[in-house]
Write a new protein. Sequence first.
Length: 261
Amino acid sequence: MAQQQVFLWPKGAPGFESRRDIPEQAAEYWAKSINNPSVTAWLPPKDKATGAALIVLPGGGHKLLVIHPEGTDVAKVMNPMGVAVFVLKYRLFREEGSPYTIDHARQDAARAVRFVRANAAQFGVDPHRIGLMGFSGGGEVVNLEVYGNAENDPKVDAIDSVSARPDFQVLIYPGPLGVPDKVPAGSPPAFILAADDDECCSTPPVELLTKFRAAKVPVEFHLFQTGGHAFNMGFRTSKAAIRVWPDRLRDWMADNGWLAR
C-alpha cells in the first residue's frame, strides 16, 4: 500500500492559518490536536486498482480520532479489493480547548471530497466513484457534509470550485448529529450498518433508513443482533457476522458498479 499524507489547504485551514503548525498528538490508536487537516492516501496496487475511492472519517466523539482501527484498518481491508482509501484528519470541536465547531469538521470533509476529485488522475481514481465513509462521530460529519451547504465555504483556490458531493456514502454506526429532517431526492446512495445492542448509535441508522426509503434513494441496511458500538472493521470481535461485515460493503460496491475495472 502506497501511503502519502497531504494537507488539504496550502496555508492551513481558512481563518485558522496561524494554528497550522501546532503539532498533532497521537498514541497507539488515536490522534488529536488536528489543526492542519489532511488526508493520508493509501493506494491499492496498480494491477488491482478499480478506480473506486473511499474518503474515511474515523470516529472518536469529536474529542479524538480513532485513527488506526477506523482509518488505517480500512485501507488494510479495502486496498486488496482495489479501492483507494483516503483517511481524513478533521478538526475536533469537543476536544478540550478547541476553537472549532462541528461545521469546521464539515468543511474539512467537503474539502477532502473536492481535493480527491480534483486530483483523481494523480491518485488513479475515477472522479465519479468517490465515496464518503464515516464511523460514529465521523458518520455525523458525513451526514453534515452530504446534506449541508458547502457553497458558502471559504474559497482559497481552484479546488474549491470542484463538486463536494460524494458519489455514495457509507455510514458505520453513525451518531445522531447531522441526521437530516428529510433525505432529499437525488441524494447519494447509502450503505448503513450498525448493531441493535449499540447503546449509543442504534437509533440514528434506523431513522436514516426510513428517510432514505421515503425519498426513494437507494440504500442498503444491515442491523446486526449484537456487536455493540465501535467494532471498527471487525478485527477485534468474537462475533462471526461482525468479523466479515466488510464483505457486505464490498458486495454492495460491486453490485453498484463501483468496483468495475
